[in-house]
Write a protein that binds this ligand. Structure first.
Ligand SMILES: [Zn+2]
Length: 279
């Protein structure tokens, strides 16, 4: 009786120790054992970024292209997603722990080739069509955006993605990409807790200061865009490359005017974002 009592006592200790030490254990994996009871403190999530795109194709072509051998993405959202039991269906083309080929040559805050560290979501949307020299953009559907918010919220929470690392393709590749475009509802997403957005009061505060400046100091603008995350040449001149970065910034944070020309409001928004996310 005594011996059984001791066995039960030790078994209970073992179970309790297991409960308090997290999930570390010795377990069998094929032809070897793995002891994961010595968890290191130094580690971080592999996924740091969430990147949004539009496909510039219809539904059928989007799926054909994105399931082929050249480009891919983790998730694809149709304009009117199917529903099962009243819940919308998102198409997952690549598992989250696999690298998808959606970002290409890209940069954010010193990191390059963001395919390595991001999850990509494509929205089926034609982008724009040209009327003369003007680009006419196609809006996203409410159903698409509702599903995007639900999906993004889940991805962000599971991977602990920072608000300022939720980006559009044009943010990370401003010289060659304009998706998800100026009709992408960044502010609506931010109100739902997805991505970064400046506080209106702080923008007003900085605007009063910036409006006093006679000319825009391009070197300061470039430096601030760079500090926030954009890859921008530090030339001190408003060259074509810098304009495209300003345009990408405006398409994200000041959609009423995304001409690429820096003005007091653009600088004030950037000031407010730096204060909120980079100080
Ligand atoms: Zn894209």
């Amino acid at each position: 009786m005594f011996r059984y009592g001791r066995v039960i006592y030790f078994l209970m200790l073992f179970v309790i120790a297991g409960l308090f030490s997290g999930c570390g254990s010795v377990h069998e994996r094929g032809n070897y054992w793995v002891d994961d009871s010595h968890a290191a403190l130094g580690n971080e999530p592999r996924v740091n970024f969430l990147i949004f795109h539009y496909t510039a194709e219809d539904e059928a072509n989007s799926l054909t292209v994105l399931t082929g051998e050249n480009v891919s993405v983790h998730y694809l959202i149709n304009p009117l997603p199917d529903e099962i039991s009243g819940k919308p269906v998102v198409l997952q083309l690549v598992p989250e722990d696999r690298r998808a080929w959606h970002a290409g040559a890209s940069f954010w805050r010193g990191r390059m080739n963001l395919n390595d560290t991001s999850i990509g979501i494509e929205l089926v949307n034609p982008g724009y069509h040209k009327v003369g020299t003007e680009r006419r953009w196609e809006p996203y559907t409410d159903e698409q955006i509702a599903l995007l918010i639900t999906l993004s919220d889940d991805i962000i929470k599971r991977n602990q993605i920072k608000p300022e690392n939720v980006l559009g393709h044009s943010d990370i590749s401003p010289q060659r990409k304009v998706d998800p475009g100026p009709l992408f509802p960044w502010q609506k997403l931010a109100q739902a807790g997805i991505g970064a957005w400046p506080d209106a009061k702080r923008v007003t505060h900085y605007l009063a200061i910036r409006q006093l400046e006679i000319t825009t100091d391009i070197a300061v603008l470039q430096n601030n865009l760079n500090r926030y995350g954009y890859q921008v040449p530090l030339t001190g001149m408003l060259d074509d490359e810098t304009r495209r970065v300003v345009k990408a910034f405006q398409m994200h944070f000041r959609q009423a005017d995304y001409s690429g020309i820096p003005d007091a409001e653009t600088l004030a928004i950037l000031d407010a974002l730096l204060e909120k996310y980079r100080s």
